[in-house]
Design a binder for this molecule. Structure first.
Ligand SMILES: Nc1nc2c(c(=O)[nH]1)N[C@@H](CN(C=O)c1ccc(C(=O)N[C@@H](CCC(=O)O)C(=O)O)cc1)CN2
Length: 535
């Protein structure tokens, strides 16, 4: 049997979600109102986790003589990376850990960067080291990762650590933080994984692939990974403008920055103006031997980008049309879980669009696959991609995406709203067809979902719009013209799912807490307080 780290096998005190009827009653006692999805509050869970970690830090200090230490290398001044590094630093300081951040110029050479990693790995005060991703395109990221001492690789990206996750029965030294954050969130929420069908959308090294292995280790019956080949057409519109850093960002499930902002970010220019948007995006940085002040006006960069490029990041109408086409033309089969293989040829026979010649499913086929999931994890980097017809009623939905989009009220959003309404009507027709086709169980659960009252809570307005926040709390208060959304259309999916994570406030904060967890663990190993079981 695979050896999970201690925190992955703890018994959750939370109620069970997504269980069979016996525990459905228990689920009803959880904080959501009847008929509504449980909102999996990552922010709250991360705070609780960090409190526990603060005790662990005290324990390491008492027994090991010093606090656990984290070293972070930040290259350039991408606003999102600045934000995440600030959050890591603040969280470390809050729990009493030692933290050192080295910011290097975007023009740093491969050798300089490797030198910085080696120096931090050699620092005796530091137990864990990470390089904030993505890196500028001229840097060979793989080579940097290989440069790490695997014992200090708290991101778990080194091939030795990744290999341990891959191999059944081998103890993982460190689990990549987002993947660990997702599993921890599910466990703390009482979501059962044993025997479940899991679909992971996204095959990145830092999220999708390790998560698939962790679900296997947690006893999932099946794990289906939707590789990027199955949804690459979503990104084809951006192909002409796509540059290496944008691809890397999508890979890391980072905000898909509008082209203009990305250009700014990729240039890694140290600006001099300060906007409300970047939050903590300011501090001291190093440029080669010297240092400079780094400040980024993220909000004005975004404003400029949107005014010049339109609403970048919005769901293109053609994607919605693909789905509608499928719903209108496929009487029934769309509700029947489709297999990946072979679906391509049957689509051809039914006269459906054949977008891909590779045999991989196209976007219009994805709902048929995602609807097989008891637990659906979405890590694609595409705003509001997953709507209710992609979700099996009663499923648990985990949104890993972070996308920056214009706030509602723009013309484009109005168009999206109209398209979404049409899509909703098509979905209803499709459900009726499914019922006529004899899929009684599915129909029953869908009817139940429809009978649920609309979700009106802290997260959604009565008309189904999201109240979820902006890039930071400050921003939503300041009513910035853009905000952060996930890959899942929260308010559309909430009436159907048993539970789902919000963005912001879901997986993101758990990722930060996971960095701390891995660093405490690294300190225990380094200081000889705990023996690593590496079979
Ligand atoms: N070296 C690494 N680089 C990157 C990783 C990683 O695990 N290691 N993951 C991401 C970025 N990331 C952590 O580094 C991260 C992303 C998002 C959040 C977060 O809290 N997001 C907020 C939304 C943003 C906001 O505050 O408005 C949320 O979801 O609530 C934290 C960490 C890529 N790079």
């Amino acid at each position: 049997m695979a050896v999970l780290p201690r925190h992955l096998v703890h018994t959750s005190t939370a109620t069970s979600i997504g269980e069979e009827p016996a525990s459905a009653a228990a689920a009803a006692t959880a904080p959501a109102a009847a008929g509504q999805a449980h909102v999996l509050d990552g922010r709250g869970m991360a705070a609780a986790w960090q409190e526990e970690l603060a005790h662990d830090v005290q324990d390491v200090c008492a027994r090991g003589g010093r606090p656990p230490g984290l070293g972070v290398v930040l290259v350039g001044s991408r606003p999102d990376s600045l934000l995440y590094v600030s959050r890591k630093r603040e969280a470390c300081e809050k729990v009493g850990m030692f933290v050192e951040v080295r910011q290097l110029s975007a023009r740093v050479t491969q050798r300089q960067l490797e030198g910085a990693v080696t120096a931090l790995c050699a620092d005796r005060r530091i137990d864990g080291v990470l390089v904030q991703l993505p890196l500028p395109p001229h840097i060979d990221e793989e080579a940097i990762i290989e440069q790490f001492d695997p014992q200090k690789d708290v991101d778990g990206f080194h091939p030795i650590n990744m290999g341990r996750i891959l191999m059944r029965g081998r103890a993982a030294r460190f689990i990549p933080c987002t993947a660990l954050g997702v599993i921890e969130l599910l466990q703390r929420s009482g979501v059962a994984m044993r025997g479940k069908s899991v679909v992971v959308m996204g095959d990145s090294n830092i999220v999708g692939m390790p998560l698939a292995m962790l679900f296997r280790d947690a006893g999932a019956a099946t794990v289906t990974v939707l590789h990027r080949t199955s949804y690459r057409e979503l990104f084809e519109d951006a192909a002409s403008t796509e540059r290496a850093d944008q691809r890397a960002a999508a890979d890391a499930c980072l905000p898909r920055l509008p082209g203009h902002v990305a250009a700014h970010a990729a240039g890694f220019e140290a600006g001099s103006s300060r906007g409300a948007g970047g939050g903590a995006a300011a501090g001291e940085g190093q440029d080669g031997g010297g240092s400079h002040r780094f400040q980024v006006d993220y909000s004005s960069a975004l404003r400029q980008a949107y005014s010049q490029t339109g609403a970048a990041g919005a769901v293109p109408a053609d994607q919605q049309q693909h789905i509608q086409q499928q719903q209108q033309q496929q009487a029934g089969p769309a509700d029947t879980p489709q297999r990946h293989h072979g679906a391509h040829s049957s689509r051809g026979q039914q006269g459906l669009p054949q977008q891909q010649s590779s045999g991989s499913p196209g976007v219009s086929e994805l709902p048929g696959i995602t609807r097989t999931a008891d637990i659906l994890v979405v890590a694609v980097g595409y705003p509001n991609l997953v709507r209710r017809e992609w979700v099996k009623p009663g499923a648990v939905v985990i949104d890993v995406g972070i996308n920056v989009v214009p706030r509602h009220g723009t013309e484009q959003e109005a168009q999206q709203g109209a398209a979404a309404q049409q899509q909703g009507a098509a979905a209803q027709q499709q459900q009726q067809r499914a019922a006529a086709g004899g899929e009684a169980a599915l129909q029953r659960s869908q009817q139940q979902a429809r009978q649920r009252p609309p979700v009106v809570n802290d997260y959604c307005t009565p008309d189904g719009a999201s109240r979820l926040g902006g890039w930071s709390e400050q921003d939503s208060a300041a009513q910035q013209p853009w905000h952060v959304v996930g890959d899942v259309d929260f308010c559309d999916v909430a009436p159907v799912a048993a539970a789902l994570t919000p963005v912001p406030g879901g997986v993101g904060p758990m990722t930060i807490a996971a960095v701390l967890h891995n660093t405490v663990q690294a300190a225990r190993y380094n200081l000889g307080l705990e023996k690593q079981e590496l079979r």
